[in-house]
Design a protein around this ligand. Sequence first.
Ligand SMILES: [Zn+2]
Length: 355
Amino acid sequence: MIGERIQQARLASGLSLRALAEKADITAMAISKYENNQSTPSSKVLLAMAQALGVRTEYFFRRKEICLTDINHREHELLPEKEERKVLADVKEQLERWLILEDVLPSPWGKPFHLPMNLPSQIEGYEEIEGVAIAMRQYWQLGLGPIPDLIDTLESRGIKVLITRYDGHEKFNGLSARMGDAPVVVVGQSWTGDRQRFTLAHELGHLVLHGRLSEGLDEEKACHRFAGAFLVPQPKVLECLGEKRSWLEPQELHLLKHEWGLSMMAWSFRAKDLGIINQQANRQIWTGYMQAWKEAKLEPGDEYKAEQPRLFQQSVYRALAEDLISESKAAELLGASLAEFHVTRKMEPPHVAGQ
Ligand SMILES: [Zn+2]
């Protein structure tokens, strides 16, 4: 029904009824009626709404039903309902475009997500997670070194990684779900790279650890441990920091953060978890040089740059090159007008266009 589609597009764009009414020059009352399928917009009105919402009119007629299951938040950090609806509408909109594309792609293009067979069925203590993280790295042939592009690593192994614009709310800490068999992980657009990577690794932790933890273990805590252990495996932490330390210098952690894409704070926790520094030193790092930055949700020194998913765009161009989709379909999937898409597609040097 077109009403639901209009509402989903409106929620995904973050506009209120009134804001959309103003932008598209129609009344809020009329939009509300369209959304409730009490009346049908004319093609002129549809075009005005499409433009205001930044979608193409085709969007309103798509029939793909996205079914998300196992939606998982950090328990005590639930988003207010209104914010959550925005995030979910945005996620669904992005997944719809994925589904449309996947319909035309030959199956060997995408790899399904699998877990290794050799994982323990029951994990008794947090320390065991160190080995699980290494098993996961081995299964994916990642070695033990830094993972330069975590989003690419996850995407190429069957996990859908989405970036949402609606991360303004401080409680949005990432979200994971399933669409059919495919795991979906959502992170915020404005986050720093180290925060984004930690969340991605944490969500991978849920996929790996869920159902394997013995009763006394807390899944959130276990996934935090997994995230750190996956991003910097135990032998590498020992190699970088040594086996016993009394203190960790801020510049030391800053350099390691940029080498490994793990935040300074997480490094300090890693050192504590592995018994390199004691609890008190870890606390002093928190309340010491990290404290002044904590309020701004930043860390000392340079920011670690956020990563971008590329698989979707790449697949659109690949499908276009192989004549599996038309140029106008490609433009629609990438959310661009045909004219914009022409320019992007051609990749001409800057002067040619003006000559
Ligand atoms: Zn979690």
